[in-house]
Write a protein that binds this ligand. Structure first.
Ligand code: BEZ
Length: 211
């Protein structure tokens, strides 16, 4: 059965480039990003892993642990990382799961046989600090992901989790946000001391609360 938003992210134990990892223990009380790439020694994947390595401090700031996966083996992962570091001018600083038996890929429905029998698609799962799945995105193998966009979505998810606000279309960090419908009008002044605008009873905005 495929996974859905709000489900507990299934736990697993897997070999990675940084040793054996128990997924839930690895996440600890933080957030997580689990993302698959189709195969080692492929061009788009090389650029993606380099991009994530460069953004590692941004994920750290948000208390997010990143974990990559493909169905290649550990020896290939370790050799390929040398190429990524060389060509992307970075140092891969997060673990890559060697999922040769496809255990994790199948658990997370990352193999879409009509796209490829052998490789994973580009799946992304964002997992909250409650271990629940907050976001699922699926990209085809030929399209590299935008990891700045992933950070933007994580900012939105964390604003909802910690501050009871949602983010409007095309929201960027620092712009006004939307007060979630479950907050009663009477509670707004105490909860949002920066002020708010009541455009409609169901559309109430406020400055981003955490800056
Ligand atoms: C890749 O780099 O992973 C890739 C590129 C084109 C098609 C499929 C995969």
């Amino acid at each position: 059965m495929s996974l859905r938003l709000g489900d507990i992210a299934p736990n697993f134990v897997a070999e990675t480039t940084e040793g054996k990892i128990n997924f839930h223990e690895y996440l600890g009380d933080g957030w997580g990003v689990l993302f698959s790439h189709p195969a080692d020694y492929t061009p788009v994947c090389t650029t993606e892993l380099g991009a994530v390595a460069k953004l590692k401090s941004e994920f750290d700031k948000r208390n997010v642990k990143v974990l990559a996966l493909s169905v290649d083996g550990l020896a290939d992962h370790k050799e390929w990382i040398k190429d990524i570091n060389e060509t992307q001018n970075t140092t891969v600083n997060f673990p890559l799961i060697a999922d040769e038996d496809r255990k994790v890929a199948e658990l997370y429905d990352m193999i879409h046989p009509n796209a490829s029998e052998k490789a994973t698609v580009r799946s992304v799962f964002v997992i909250g600090n409650d271990k629940k799945i907050k976001l699922i995105i699926t990209y085809p193998a030929s399209t590299g992901r935008n990891f700045e966009e992933l950070l933007r979505v994580i900012d939105s998810l964390q604003l909802t989790a910690y501050h009871s606000v949602a983010t409007p279309a095309d929201w960027k960090y620092g712009e006004d946000v939307v007060i979630v419908p479950s907050v009663a009008d009477a509670d707004i002044p105490a909860k949002f001391p920066k002020g708010h605008t009541r455009i409609k009873p169901y559309l109430r905005t406020t400055p981003q609360p955490n800056i």
